[in-house]
Design a binder for this molecule. Structure first.
Ligand code: GRF
Length: 196
């Protein structure tokens, strides 16, 4: 089975999934791998730091720059053209910061995951950590969910909860949440793959 991971930035969730996939090589050492290989990492931003991480891991990379495409439809068509040669069982959005068209979402229905840095259905969209702090939330977290046409609204595959601590800033809370993201995303990918 092949996975294609889409990124826009640092790629720390992508790297966590790559590490989990590599554990396949030590099949008797739990936790086991994903049962799939990361076939490609594709970024919409040429300067995404995650591209170098993927290359260092020996993974094929590509850039489909959204600024080079006149519409969301044109970008998504180019994105699908970059993805399809890798014949993905699962498409994994990992810090991929583009809204996808309904046509693209339909193509990968049931086999595309996203990670969102809040406890959905609370705080879809941007600036989740600051919004959670401003609301006085005592807990925050991350959600892995299936991608549907409505942003941040698909069926939930995994969640992790962290405390919001006195004195937290968006950055300190984001760091606490991200540590959990790196644990739940590979697990949710493995579990979803088992059913595909
Ligand atoms: C993560 O916090 C993810 O939840 C959000 O964007 C961030 C991506 O970080 N969608 P990274 O690129 O995986 O390091």
């Amino acid at each position: 089975k092949n996975i294609v991971i889409l990124i826009s930035g640092a790629g720390s969730n992508m790297a966590a999934i790559v590490r989990a996939a590599e554990r396949e090589h030590w099949a008797d050492a739990p936790p086991r791998g994903l049962g799939a290989r990361v076939a490609a990492v594709i970024s919409n931003r040429p300067d995404a730091a995650g591209l170098a991480l993927a290359q260092a891991a020996g993974i094929a990379t590509a850039v489909v720059d959204h600024r080079a495409h006149p519409s969301r439809e044109a970008f998504d068509t180019a994105l699908a053209a970059a993805i399809e040669p890798h014949a993905p069982t699962l498409v994994v959005l990992a810090g991929f910061m583009r809204i996808l068209t309904p046509g693209f979402v339909a193509r990968y229905a049931g086999r595309m995951l996203n990670i969102h840095p809040s406890l959905l259905p609370a705080f879809p969209g941007l600036h989740t950590h600051q919004r959670a702090i401003d609301m006085g939330c005592r807990v925050a977290g991350a959600t892995v969910h299936h991608v549907t046409a409505e942003l941040d609204h698909g069926h939930i595959a995994a969640q992790a909860v962290v405390p919001v601590l006195p004195g937290d800033t968006a950055d300190t809370l984001a760091a606490r949440v991200r540590t959990q993201e790196h644990l739940i995303y590979p697990r949710a990918v493995a579990e979803t793959l088992r059913n595909l």
